[in-house]
Design a protein around this ligand. Structure first.
Ligand code: IMP
Ligand code: MG
Length: 170
C-alpha cells in the first residue's frame, strides 16, 4: 500500500480547498477524463462548494504496449463546448504527459477557447515525461512505479480499491 484511504481523503480535501479559493467568482467547468479520474473527481467535487459544471471525456493514449506512441484518441465526440468558461481538467495520473497535453491542446486551440485551462491530477510521476505538461494541482508526487486503485487500473482491474497500491510482479 502506497497511499491509505485516509491519506488520500485528507489530501483531496486540501486540493479542493485550493481550487475553491482560486475559482471563487469564476465560471468553472470541471472536465474529468474517464475512466481513471472518475473516483478522484467524484471525491474532489464534493469538497468544492462553488457553482460549477461537470463534463467528462474518455481519452486513451497508446504508448508502451503499441507502436503508435503519441496517438491520443478521444472517445466522446463532439467534445463539450466550454467557450469562455474556466476549464479545470482532472485526471488520475500524469505519466508521459501525452494524454493531458492532447486534451489541453484540444481546448486551447478551439476557435472560441476557454477563458483559462488548468490541470489537476491525483498523482504525478515526474520522471516519465515525454510531453511538457505543467499540472497546476498535484495531490501526490509518486516514484516511477506502476500503481493501482482509487480509479487506476491494471488491465481493467483494481479501480475500486479505496487505497493506492503498487503492483508487485509474480
Ligand atoms: P500519460 O498519457 O502517459 O500521461 O498517461 C496517463 C494515463 O496512463 C493515465 O490516465 C492512466 O490511465 C495510465 N497510467 C499511467 N501510469 C499508470 C499507473 O501507474 N497505473 C495505472 N495507470 C497508469
Ligand atoms: Mg487514464
Amino acid at each position: 500500500m502506497l497511499l491509505t484511504p485516509e491519506a488520500i481523503q485528507a489530501r483531496v480535501r486540501e486540493v479542493a480547498a485550493e481550487i475553491t479559493a482560486d475559482y471563487r467568482g469564476l465560471e468553472l467547468t470541471v472536465l474529468a477524463i474517464l475512466n481513471g479520474a472518475l473516483v478522484f473527481a467524484a471525491d474532489l467535487l464534493r469538497h468544492i462548494p462553488l457553482p460549477l459544471q461537470l463534463e467528462t471525456i474518455a481519452a486513451a493514449s497508446y504508448h508502451g504496449r503499441m507502436e503508435t506512441a503519441g496517438a491520443v484518441n478521444f472517445a466522446r465526440v463532439p467534445l463539450p463546448s466550454i467557450s469562455g468558461r474556466h476549464l479545470l481538467i482532472v485526471d488520475d495520473i500524469l505519466d508521459t504527459g501525452l494524454t493531458l497535453h492532447a486534451v489541453a491542446a484540444h481546448f486551447r486551440e478551439q476557435a472560441e477557447p476557454p477563458a483559462s485551462v488548468k490541470i489537476c491530477v491525483l498523482l504525478s510521476k515526474e520522471k516519465r515525461r515525454l510531453e511538457a505538461v505543467t499540472p497546476d494541482y498535484v495531490a501526490f508526487q509518486i516514484p516511477d512505479e506502476f500503481v493501482v486503485g482509487y480509479g487506476l487500473d491494471y488491465e481493467l482491474h483494481y479501480r475500486n480499491l479505496p487505497y493506492i497500491g503498487t503492483l508487485s510482479g509474480g
